[in-house]
Design a protein around this ligand. Structure first.
Ligand SMILES: Nc1nc2c(c(=O)[nH]1)N[C@H]1C(S)=C(S)[C@@H](COP(=O)(O)O)O[C@H]1N2
Ligand SMILES: [Mo]
Length: 362
């Protein structure tokens, strides 16, 4: 097959998000775009987990203004769609079909799926089109059922290597069957204690820790096929993005903000805090280091670790001196890997490089 890279499509992964983020009108139009009856959530309540995760620790963001909260509120969660609106789903007729190269094709109603063992998973998901320092990542406590179990029961063929999921908006995503390896991949119904918001996949979506959303996180999912990478491709793959999409080791400075035309919080000399978040694919964040100008790297204090599948907040005190300062951050994971300084663009499999900001102190 010939892979054509269409630049307009490449920009679209980020494009809709930018529009939705910046312009309320666009978000509204997208929400209302499917013709027919207006979409609303049909009296689903979130199925109760059999085993709840422990109550999360106190969020360090409460005492560090500007730091990203440990959990991203649903209303503030980033949103990436291909732009075809939200499928018009009725909970009464919605089904999840499992097929392709399996011994036991099957289909499940919402009631059947939510009668399976329910559990919670803390996981950070992120978009491959997130620029270094970008905000296209969010952390949530997801409620759902085991995707590992669902696929195992279907009996995948030994010749298959890909799990492809589909939605009626035309989106599809494929990831290695090998990623269903006990890291908690799920069909999620809930997000931070509420049913999934419509924008984030109600009534059900796929969540696979460690993988970018474009290869895994199908919202409004209604079909999963077991296939082969050399026979089927997810939506973004013929549009120039890599077939495999493990999340890269990343760190970001949330506060202070880089000085510029739009800086809302100028930095004054004296006591300040530099803070942000760092995340990786499936490894813990072991260390975060901050460098101010050409000083030696300083180890940041790390916030609580919910799980290896979530981001970690970090912060360091900074005695700011009048003038111009450059601040750089890098993360080190539990295998000792140091986040690379090599700058790589988002296309085809995720941006790399250190986040550096320039700050004017007055
Ligand atoms: N049905 C559907 N699912 C989708 C997408 C989409 O366009 N349609 N975008 C994917 C991409 S690229 C990402 S990064 C995540 C974003 O999830 P969110 O919108 O809940 O943040 O959803 C994924 N799932
Ligand atoms: Mo994405």
């Amino acid at each position: 097959m010939v892979i054509q890279v269409n630049r307009r499509d490449i920009f679209k992964i980020a494009g809709v998000a930018t529009l939705v983020g910046a312009i309320g009108f666009t978000a509204k139009n997208i929400l209302n775009s499917p013709v027919g009856t207006p979409i609303k959530k049909l009296n689903s309540s979130l199925p109760k987990a059999l085993k709840f995760l422990p109550t999360p620790p106190i969020d360090p963001a409460l005492k560090t203004p500007g730091l990203t909260p440990l959990f991203t509120p649903n209303k503030e969660f980033f949103r990436i769609d291909i732009g075809n609106g939200i499928p018009n789903i009725s909970l009464d007729t919605w089904k999840l079909k499992i097929g392709g190269m399996v011994d036991h094709p099957s289909e499940f109603t919402y009631k059947e799926l939510t009668s399976r063992p329910i559990y919670e998973l803390d996981a950070t998901i992120s978009c491959v089109s997130n620029e270094v320092g970008g905000k296209l990542a969010g952390n949530a406590r997801w409620t759902g059922i085991s995707l590992d179990d669902l696929i195992r029961e279907a009996g995948p063929s030994k010749n298959a290597d890909q799990v492809m999921s589909f939605s009626d908006d035309g989106f599809s995503a494929g990831f290695p069957i090998a990623a269903l390896d006990g890291h908690g991949a799920m069909i999620a119904f809930g997000m931070n204690g509420d049913p999934l918001p419509l924008e984030n996949g109600y009534p059900a979506r796929v969540i696979v820790p460690g993988l970018y959303g474009y290869v895994s996180a199908t919202k409004w999912v209604n079909r999963i096929d077991i296939t082969r990478f050399d026979q089927e491709q997810g939506f973004w793959i013929p549009r120039g993005w890599s077939a495999k999409g493990p999340v890269k080791l990343q760190s970001r400075i949330d506060t202070p903000q880089a000085s510029g035309f739009f800086t809302s919080k100028p930095v004054t000399a004296g006591k300040n805090v530099i803070a942000g978040v760092a995340w990786s694919s499936l490894k813990s964040i072991a260390r975060v280091e901050v460098r101010i100008n050409n000083d030696p790297w300083v180890s940041a204090t790390l916030g609580p670790e919910l799980a290896a599948t979530t981001w970690r907040q970090w912060w360091v005190d900074w005695n700011a001196i009048k003038g111009s300062s450059s601040i750089t951050v890098r993360a080190i994971d539990s295998s000792g890997e140091i986040q690379t300084s090599n700058i790589t663009p988002t296309v085809p499999n995720g941006a790399e490089g250190w986040h550096t900001i320039n700050v004017k102190v007055s």
